[in-house]
Ligand binder design. Structure first.
Ligand SMILES: O=C(O)CCC(=O)C(=O)O
Ligand SMILES: [Fe+2]
Length: 602
């Protein structure tokens, strides 16, 4: 016993002091951990609200144990996971750098089967996945937040919960689609791109409103800082200034402060400086080019000041070349309302935003017609053809060429074999993944399903061209699905005609034998809520996705020369899911179906 001597009692007091010290330390650690869990649940609120799910995640995950959820403790913002993992550790504007000590788990998540509540609603889920803000937050939660929870919180009993959800192997099994760091970066880049291309209003955006579609997902000061870094790294200095300014403002009045204004100001100043320098450099470059080209005095820097952003983009073409403008005028007699037809970037962005570039006279020549296009099959049910451009070699849309059931069937066939889309490598060498094209694609062989053959026959009837795949007159059907902010920078579909002999030597000889992609027939397999047009900056025309319709154009002239006015790109998807399907028609098999011409301009 100890109560009989004060000496022993003193010892007991000491023991208790140590015990209390240990408990206090444990409590701080436990609260930090619980703070992380609480933060996760709080961030999830926006999903719950927009999905109309009534049972709270805390009910679902921890039934009966609500005590700490209801306490008014706030997560410690100085030690939150997002902060540590992605922002504070990189003062060099490189948001890709992450806390390497916690890199043991790259991908974590849950399958829709296991984590969805009973009131699972397919349409709502599609809306959720088609929302860029929700997508960004999903990636943030399952990469940064989850990584920290997993590393520090998960103990034996929690492992039991995971085993019940995911089986013995845990959530790292390959069949679960789990985001990695690159997904978070991709989602951030998508938001940055949407803001850049569509000139979206920043303050609406951080409040969850993107192009008029409101959601409960908002952006914090810390999120804006993260976006600013991405913009900066992409060389979009003007945009990064906007993001950092928004981060600074938000940091001033956030209820649950995610970051302090001091933490933002350094970035803001650096971006401002970089932006000013880029502007000065650009103006000097314009001056130089003007002198070299002998532009008339009337074209001053002020006249082109509106396009200062040009030097901050990856694919822009430089100032219009006077001789090129004359060339284009020959071809496109009904000109543009404004802009130069050679200012690809400005035109592309304008078209993506829904502006019309053609003059009223040019527009008045456009029309829709029922046509049988020389096909006996189409005599009874003529094709609905929309002409998008006044020039005869222009672009058309065929409406209602696929039924809803067919669009669903194609997507279903493609689903199991979708992979990240590639672009042709430099100098024609191989294929490579690139940020200029963000989508997943599948190639469907004719033998896969009788539907493939039916589709080919339909294209033959509509275009008069041969699709005979066994003789390589056309390629397999390509199906593409764009994710959030998914896009494809302006490009030409031809593969050979613009290549030098050295570049051609790097291309598979079989491709060369098939001849170039003489024409493109592109189905839209879905409607898109906002964005996602196919824009042709040199024609001044955009085609808007409509489920079941298809765009068609010739990439080559009858002479075999490239028609570079067919430059086109996929505008970023703002809301919704975009599916397209390409059938590329090869040149060699068409000598019977498309007479050639010796006139290089035909
Ligand atoms: O998705 C689009 O709108 C365009 C796709 C495209 O140009 C292509 O896949 O080559
Ligand atoms: Fe294309």
């Amino acid at each position: 016993e100890v109560f009989t001597s004060t000496q022993d009692l003193q010892q007991v007091f000491l023991v208790e002091r140590n015990l209390v010290d240990a408990l206090a330390k444990y409590l701080i650690k436990a609260e930090t951990r619980l703070g992380r869990i609480r933060r996760y649940l709080q961030e999830y609120e926006a999903v719950r609200t927009d999905m109309g799910w009534t049972s709270s995640p805390e009910d679902m995950a921890m039934s009966g144990n609500k005590a700490f959820i209801e306490s008014d403790q706030h997560p410690d913002s100085t030690s939150n996971a997002y902060n540590n993992a992605t922002l504070d550790s990189n003062s060099d504007f490189n948001p890709t750098e992450s806390d390497s000590s916690s890199n043991n788990i790259d991908v974590v998540g849950a399958s829709s089967e296991t984590s969805s509540p009973d009131s699972f609603d397919e349409a709502l889920l599609e809306k959720l996945a088609g929302n860029p803000l929700h997508t960004f937050h999903l990636m943030k939660r399952l990469t940064v937040y989850w990584k920290h929870i997993d590393a520090q919180v998960l103990q034996e009993e929690w492992n039991g919960v995971l085993r019940a959800l995911f089986g013995d192997l845990g959530p790292q099994q390959p069949q679960y689609l789990l985001p990695a760091d690159e997904d978070l970066q991709g989602a951030a880049q998508a938001l940055v791109r949407l803001h850049h291309v569509y000139g979206l209003n920043m303050s609406s955006m951080v409040r969850g409103d993107i192009w008029g579609v409101q959601s409960s997902a908002e952006l914090s000061a810390q999120d804006c800082l993260y976006m600013g870094k991405h913009s900066f790294n992409l060389g979009h200095y003007a945009q990064s200034v906007e993001w950092f300014s928004e981060a600074f403002n938000l940091a001033g009045f956030e209820h649950n402060q995610t970051i302090s204004q001091d933490q933002v100001s350094e970035f803001l100043n650096t971006a401002l400086k970089a932006h000013e320098e880029a502007q000065t450099q650009f103006q000097q470059q314009i001056q130089q080019e003007q002198e070299q080209r002998g532009y008339p005095d009337i074209l001053t820097i002020e006249n082109v000041a509106g396009s200062t952003e040009n030097n901050e983009n990856q694919w822009h073409t430089t100032l219009p070349h006077p001789s090129a403008i004359t060339d284009l005028k020959d071809d496109l007699p009904n000109g543009f309302k404004y802009n130069s037809p050679n200012d690809d970037e400005t035109n592309f962005f304008d078209l993506c935003r829904g502006n019309t570039l053609l003059t009223p006279e040019a527009l008045s020549t456009l029309h829709c017609r029922y046509e049988h296009r020389g096909s006996k099959f189409l005599l009874l049910m003529p094709a609905k053809v929309e002409y998008h451009h006044p020039s005869p070699a222009g672009l058309v849309t065929f409406h209602d060429v696929l039924s809803d059931a067919e669009t669903i069937a194609i997507k279903k066939l493609a689903h199991p074999v979708m992979v990240r889309a590639m672009v042709q490598g430099v100098e024609g060498k191989g294929n490579t993944v690139s940020s200029t094209r963000t989508s997943k694609v599948a190639w469907l062989d004719e033998s896969l399903d009788p539907l493939m053959d039916r589709i080919s026959r339909r294209i033959e009837q509509l275009t008069g061209l041969s699709m005979d795949q066994t003789r390589e007159h056309s390629e397999m059907l390509q199906v593409a699905n764009y994710g959030i902010g998914g896009h494809y920078n302006p490009h030409h579909d031809y593969l050979l005609v613009d290549k030098t002999p050295e570049e051609l030597a790097n291309i598979n000889p079989r491709e060369v034998l098939m001849g170039d992609r003489v024409a493109t027939f592109m189905f839209y397999l879905s409607d898109v809520t906002r964005g996602g047009a196919t824009a042709f900056p040199r024609m001044g025309v955009a085609v808007w996705p409509k489920r079941g319709s298809a765009a068609f154009w010739f990439n080559l002239r009858r002479s075999g020369a490239a028609n570079d006015h067919t430059l086109h790109g996929a505008c970023p998807v703002v809301h919704g899911s975009k599916w397209v399907s390409n059938k590329w028609i090869r040149e060699r098999g068409q000598f019977n179906t498309r007479p050639c011409s010796l006139n290089p301009r035909e």
